[in-house]
Write a protein that binds this ligand. Structure first.
Ligand code: HXC
Ligand code: NAP
Length: 280
């Protein structure tokens, strides 16, 4: 049995007060790490820190603001004495028809996702290079970085940028011992995502039916992958973008839609009839 050991490590999780960021913070602590979580809402962060215990500290930091990020990471190093990994998890997203988006709306998402990820990566990378520390950046992207996605275009564009940043920095900083990876989640029902992206119950039922596993991801499944990637079990994994989506992203396969039309026994009947016809 493999034990994921993160003891000694100090890990920053942006957006760690809620949803998947909170689940990752909880897992990292369970594996022995100390964790700094950041976000814009003090009450949310403090409540999470209280729930997760003394090995988590909350910090107010808006990742869009370079000066704030610089002050935040300096503070983390002063408070914990080290910095080993940054998880760029903070994000913004909403459903909108692209032709209605204002410039500010587009930038609201891109500034959090793409510029925010640059800010933390740039600061931590320079710190690790200067101090000869083998740090790790883990970016949370999405599966639609590969396909684009209707009605969430700013998020798709920003996350695709983060994916390109992941691959670029993985190569550029490999010689410093810095690893840079990404996790691409499929659907995980969090309050933050579902309140903005799930239009209603009817939509949700249809959406669930479309998933090949007929279920959503569970936060503990994602946090286990994140902990593994940050651990010393994965020293040769860098420049990887790992989907965790129960194969949701593969729905474009030409005949995959048959899975949604009929149950498997009915499909087998149909295929057998077709075989008979072809024989004749
Ligand atoms: C159109 C919108 C909008 C909406 C805001 N705007 N919401 N436009 N539709 N639903 C516009 C505003 O009108 C304004 O433009 C501009 O965006 C900035 O709005 P603010 O409210 O001032 O922005 P801000 O306070 O910075 O908030 C950012 C946010 C918000 C992204 C809009 O939703 C947020 O804080 N989100 C953080 C958490 C989050 O989004 N979590 C979900 C991640 S889930 P104008 O021109 O009017 O001034 C995820 C999952 C992906 O990423 C995959 C799922 C399967
Ligand atoms: P969430 O709970 O809404 O998480 C987003 C977090 O980002 C919040 O804690 C938010 O806190 C923080 N944040 C937003 N803007 C910020 C800023 N400017 N500075 C600092 N923090 C900021 O949603 P989630 O579902 O857990 O999403 C977590 C990550 O998974 C995101 O990267 C998302 O794109 C990705 N993802 C999620 C899904 C899914 O199905 N849930 C699928 C694919 C990818 P404040 O508002 O307090 O700042």
């Amino acid at each position: 049995m493999l034990n994921i050991d993160l003891s000694e490590k100090v890990i920053v999780v942006t957006g760690g007060g809620t949803g998947l960021g909170k689940a990752m913070a909880e897992r990292f602590i369970a594996c022995g790490a100390r964790v700094a979580i950041c976000g814009r809402r003090q009450a949310v962060l403090e409540e999470t820190a209280t729930q997760l215990g003394p090995n988590v500290r909350p910090y107010i930091c808006d990742v869009r603001d370079w000066e704030a990020v610089s002050a935040f990471l300096s503070r983390v190093i002063a408070d914990f004495g080290r910095l080993d990994a940054v998880v760029n998890n903070a994000a913004g997203n909403f459903l909108a028809a692209s032709e209605t988006l204002s410039s500010r709306a587009f930038r609201a998402v891109v500034d959090i996702v793409l510029v925010g990820t640059f800010h933390l990566s740039r600061w931590a990378g320079a710190y690790w290079i200067e101090n000869k520390i083998p740090g790790h950046i883990l970016n949370i992207v999405t599966t639609y970085t590969e396909t684009g996605c209707a009605f969430v275009m700013p998020s798709a564009a920003a996350k695709a940028g983060v994916q390109a940043m992941t691959l670029s920095l993985a190569y550029e900083w490999a010689s410093y011992g810095i690893r840079v990876n990404a996790i691409a989640p499929g659907p995980f029902p969090t309050e933050g995502a579902w309140s903005r992206l799930m239009p209603g119950e009817n939509f949700e039922a249809a959406y669930l039916h479309r998933l090949p596993t007929r279920r959503y991801g569970r936060p503990e499944e994602l946090s286990a992958l994140a902990a593994f990637l940050l651990s010393d079990l994965a020293p040769y994994i860098t420049g990887a973008v790992i989907p965790i989506d129960g194969a949701e992203r593969l729905q474009g396969g030409m005949f995959n839609y048959l899975c949604q039309l009929y149950d498997r026994e009915k499909l087998k009947e149909i295929f057998a009839e077709m075989k008979e016809k072809i024989k004749r």
